[in-house]
Design a binder for this molecule. Structure first.
Ligand code: HAM
Length: 421
């Protein structure tokens, strides 16, 4: 099909791209407020990075990656997320040599072969943060605060922040055993996915979206009861810091997250009006990922916010700013003789820094006036045969309707003065 894009992709058309720029600008502003700097990594990486980084038993790796062999027979994957790639870049470019923590952010497309529906796409965009190098809970609190402040600044209220601790390689294996003991007898009643998770990744059974599985796992032992002292202290400190910063949160002991690299803190921000795809933000600590990717053991934490979901939420709540297609000046040539002078003036007007456009379609004066109104132009510069002959153009104030003939040389000064006003 040449007339439609691939399933799960969306064109961001000019009438909508202004909303994206608005949200992206807010993301950049808050990052600079908090001292995070942009990192841009390629949209494809060696497949091995995601197999190791995200975990071979995750849905993303098992079912959702766009993986292919390039012409040099290398296995390549379009990034399904960016944390592993940022860690790869951090190690490759020795960003650890700089004063830690490395505070990085990114905005860009990700790719997952997911079942498309409202809020879920195969190419989607994330605004993400990664803070690499600090193990203390203060950085956890900082990035959670950044995420909530960003969403609130856009006007989104009624956000629900859920937090949990998923433990560490010391306490999690013990919890696994306790959890498997609880689930074993009921296992045949769980869905096929959960059954296959039992040995490989039993904690994922807790956040299965299947209602029957949810009911069956009610009363399961909780990770919080099995945390080692270090994880427990970390989680308690985080809760204290969030409370001190006036951030509302709920503890969801079933919050596990779909990527294997998480340790200790895991969190999500839900926006209920979005329905089935209500998670606007997901993140957590990944203290083992950097050593998994070949670096020194280095603690880190981050999150990613789904841009499409944020924009859907803003649209639903009518929070999108009015963004039109405005031009300060519209130049109107009438007849072919006027075209050359009009084009020269257009160039000069733009050179002087005024947004300006002209008619390129040989429209009638009436049609050009309509267009100038559509662009909410402050001024129209009308050029006909008389104007070409006299070297004067007709300047029309589109608001008052006032018109005056003015020498071409004076036009720019006049525009500067009027637009300033
Ligand atoms: P994630 O939970 O897989 O985490 O994705 C984060 C957010 O991306 C989700 O909450 C959602 O808003 C958005 N998202 C995910 N999949 C889709 C999709 N198919 N269509 C539209 N939006 C989607 C991560 O990606 C981690 N890398 C986050 C992280 C950063 N953890 C630590 N650092």
């Amino acid at each position: 099909m040449l007339s439609t894009g691939p399933r799960g992709t969306k064109d961001i058309l000019p009438d909508v791209s202004g909303y994206w720029q608005y949200v992206e600008n807010e993301a950049r502003n808050i990052c600079s407020l908090y001292g995070y700097r942009e990192i841009r990594t390629p949209v494809f990486e060696h497949t091995e990075l995601f197999l190791r980084g995200i975990g071979e038993t995750t849905d993303i790796v098992e079912k959702e990656m766009y993986t292919f062999k390039d012409r040099g027979e290398r296995s390549i994957t379009l990034r399904p997320e960016n944390t592993a790639a940022v860690v790869r870049a951090y190690l490759e470019h020795k960003l650890y040599a700089d004063t830690p923590p490395a505070k990085l952010f990114y905005i860009g497309p990700m790719f997952r072969y997911d079942r498309p529906q409202a809020g879920r796409y195969r190419q989607f965009h994330q605004f993400g943060i990664e803070a690499i190098g600090s193990k203390g809970p203060a950085i956890d609190a900082e990035i959670i605060l950044l995420a909530t402040q960003f969403l609130k600044k856009l006007g989104l209220d009624d956000l629900v922040l859920q937090i949990n601790s998923v433990g560490c390689p010391e306490c999690r294996p013990k919890y696994r055993v306790v959890l498997q003991d609880f689930l074993r007898d009921k296992l045949t009643n769980f869905c096929k996915d959960c059954q296959s998770r039992f040995d490989r990744n039993p904690m994922r059974i807790l956040d299965c979206k299947n209602e029957k599985c949810g009911a069956l796992s009610q009363g399961a032992p909780q990770m919080s009861d099995c945390l080692c002292e270090e994880c427990d202290t970390h989680f308690n400190h985080l809760k204290e810091l969030l409370t001190a910063a006036n951030i509302d949160f709920t503890i969801n002991p079933r919050l596990v997250r779909g990527l294997d690299y998480y340790t200790k803190t895991a969190f999500e921000i839900q926006y209920a009006p979005l329905g089935a795809q209500s998670a606007v933000c997901g993140g957590g600590r990944y203290d083992g990922l950097i050593s998994e990717c070949g670096g020194q053991p280095t603690p880190a934490i981050g999150f990613a916010i789904g841009m499409e979901r944020v924009l859907l939420a803003l649209e639903k709540q009518q929070l999108l700013p009015s963004i039109g297609h405005h031009m300060n000046v519209f130049v109107m040539p009438i007849g072919t003789q006027a075209q050359a002078l009009a084009f020269k003036l257009l160039c000069n007007i733009r050179q002087a820094g005024h947004t300006a456009d002209m008619d390129f379609m040989e429209r009638s004066l009436k049609a050009q006036m309509k267009l100038a109104n559509k662009y909410s132009a402050k001024f129209a510069v009308i050029i006909g045969d008389d104007e070409v002959a006299t070297g004067k153009v007709l300047l029309k104030d589109m608001k008052t309707g006032e018109q005056q003939h003015i020498m071409v040389e004076e036009l720019l000064n006049k525009l500067d003065a009027e637009v300033e006003e």
